[in-house]
Design a protein around this ligand. Structure first.
Ligand SMILES: Nc1ncnc2c1ncn2[C@@H]1O[C@H](COP(=O)(O)OP(=O)(O)OP(=O)(O)O)[C@@H](O)[C@H]1O
Ligand SMILES: [Mg+2]
Length: 141
């Protein structure tokens, strides 16, 4: 198992670097290009939420990112102590509703859950929020 951890400011300009770190780890874990772009999308969306919703784009605040992987599996953890958030209260996006009735936004977390195999969200008693995402390579015939 290999592990890297980072501290990033709440600034969306960090996103390209984070995407590259995730892609490099995914490549070394043996994911194919399609899977690597799924991982990048999920990490980009999760970090965007952390930066914009959790930390209100305040670059004096920061979040921690850990990426660990082994052949066939990658795990990404994002730790942040920002705005309180209970994902259980989050509404499922209504994908059947007519376009004009749909809310803008609210799809990101839904896609993260689609793109990754396991997505868990945990808040500890000090208010630190942890988003844990795992993806495994598909068994190829
Ligand atoms: N890390 C976080 N801290 C606080 N609130 C969060 C966090 N992540 C998500 N949220 C809340 O959950 C809601 C849904 O997140 P989601 O990513 O699905 O949609 P969105 O970011 O509003 O829009 P988009 O479709 O552009 O991603 C957000 O609007 C926000 O209120
Ligand atoms: Mg979002």
């Amino acid at each position: 198992m290999q592990r890297l951890s980072f501290n990033f400011p709440a600034d969306t300009r960090t996103l390209p670097e984070i995407g590259k770190l995730a892609a490099d780890a995914g490549g070394s874990a043996g994911f194919d290009d399609v899977e690597i772009s799924d991982i990048q999308l999920a990490v980009d969306e999760a970090c965007t939420n952390t930066i914009t919703h959790g930390l209100k784009k305040d670059p004096t605040r920061s979040f921690q990112l850990a990426i660990q992987w082994k052949t066939g599996e990658i795990e990404i953890l994002i730790y942040e102590k920002g705005e309180p958030f209970d994902p259980l209260q989050m509404k499922q996006p209504d994908l059947e509703a007519p376009l004009q009735d749909r809310q803008v936004g609210g799809l990101g977390f839904y896609f993260v859950k689609k793109l990754m195999d396991i997505v868990e969200y945990h808040v500890d008693k000090d208010g630190v929020k942890t988003l844990r995402m795992i993806k495994r390579t598909k068994i190829k015939p």
